[in-house]
Design a protein around this ligand. Structure first.
Ligand code: R5P
Length: 294
């Protein structure tokens, strides 16, 4: 057992230093991946900004038809040109989205109980690698429940998906789940994002929190920030801006886009922050002007 005397206990995240990629590939931590992985990651992360706007509408896999997602066939075509990636289940994509769109696909492959179950932390891998390849997925999304009852199963799911997807150069997106009883602190997100990155996920989805700079600095893979419950648009834009300036490489938002009365304008305003460096105020002004015209 290691001698605990003299261990360095203070932490230094070197916030003044950019992540060293040892090369010029635009995705954090991906310089040493192969051509196929880089091609998929380029379908997700814009090479000019290095960032991404992912539109999540995979809620139906456990919540059924939530408000705003009643008619995917009508909603998704309106938004495709305003985001970089569609994050969805195979059933939603195949049934309701034309296949000729030219955006990235984040395919939800883990699945579990419905929201009628009290413990949502137990999931399985519901989509096999061959079907993910048939869907032309650019990354495979797996929910991970660090600290919850389903922790070990979800780490098993994640590892199985990474092992299968790596054989075909498809990146895996680890989605950090936060149940109603779980904390949303930087300590928790540092722990969970780092575990998932070290298990081999090429992209991590998690929530914004205080001290997010340290969460992002300590995570060797790009973090995309989840939207969570619907907020007033101004607050959602502030969260996106705070996330980006603290080191996130994009957002993966659902309800804060599709539950807005102006989903297209909201997606555009978020995109201005993520790709063009707008501040929250500038994006809010943009959103306000755009919605006056509609
Ligand atoms: C997480 O459980 C799933 O990916 C959700 O469907 C997605 O994160 C929800 O997005 P939002 O919280 O932005 O509505």
């Amino acid at each position: 057992m290691a001698d605990l005397d003299g261990i360095k206990v203070e932490k230094n995240y070197h916030l003044d230093r950019e992540f060293s990629t040892h090369g010029d590939f635009h995705v954090k931590g991906a310089e040493n991946l192969d051509w196929g992985m880089k091609k998929h990651l380029t379908n997700i992360f814009n090479p000019r900004s290095g960032n991404t706007v992912m539109f999540a509408f995979d809620h139906g896999y456990f919540m059924g038809s939530v408000s705003g997602l009643e008619r995917l066939d009508l909603l998704v075509p309106r938004l495709i040109d305003h985001v970089d990636v569609l994050m969805a289940t195979r059933g939603a994509l195949r049934s309701s989205v034309r296949p000729d769109f030219r955006k990235g696909i984040a395919l939800r492959v883990s699945s579990g109980s419905s929201m009628l179950d009290e413990d949502l932390s137990r999931e399985i891998v519901a989509v096999d690698i061959e079907d993910a390849i048939r869907m032309n997925a650019d990354c495979l999304a797996v929910q991970v429940f660090i600290g919850a009852r389903g922790q070990l199963e979800s780490i098993d799911n994640l590892s199985r998906v990474i092992n299968a997807a790596n054989r075909y150069s498809i990146p895996t997106l680890g989605v950090i789940a936060v149940g109603k009883d779980m904390e949303r602190t930087d300590q928790y997100f540092k722990l969970s994002t780092r575990i998932v990155a070290e298990l081999g996920a090429a992209i991590i989805k998690t929530y914004y929190c205080d001290n997010f700079e340290e969460v992002a600095a300590a995570c060797p893979a790009p973090i995309v920030v989840a939207g969570g419950k619907k907020l007033p648009e101004k607050e959602a834009l502030e969260m996106a801006w705070n996330s980006m300036r603290a080191g996130a490489r994009g957002v993966d938002m659902g309800r804060n886009i599709f539950q807005s009365y102006h989903p297209v304008e909201m997606a555009d305003a978020i995109s201005k922050i993520v790709h063009e460096g707008f501040t929250a105020c500038e994006a809010w002004d943009y959103f306000s002007d755009a919605t006056k015209k509609t």
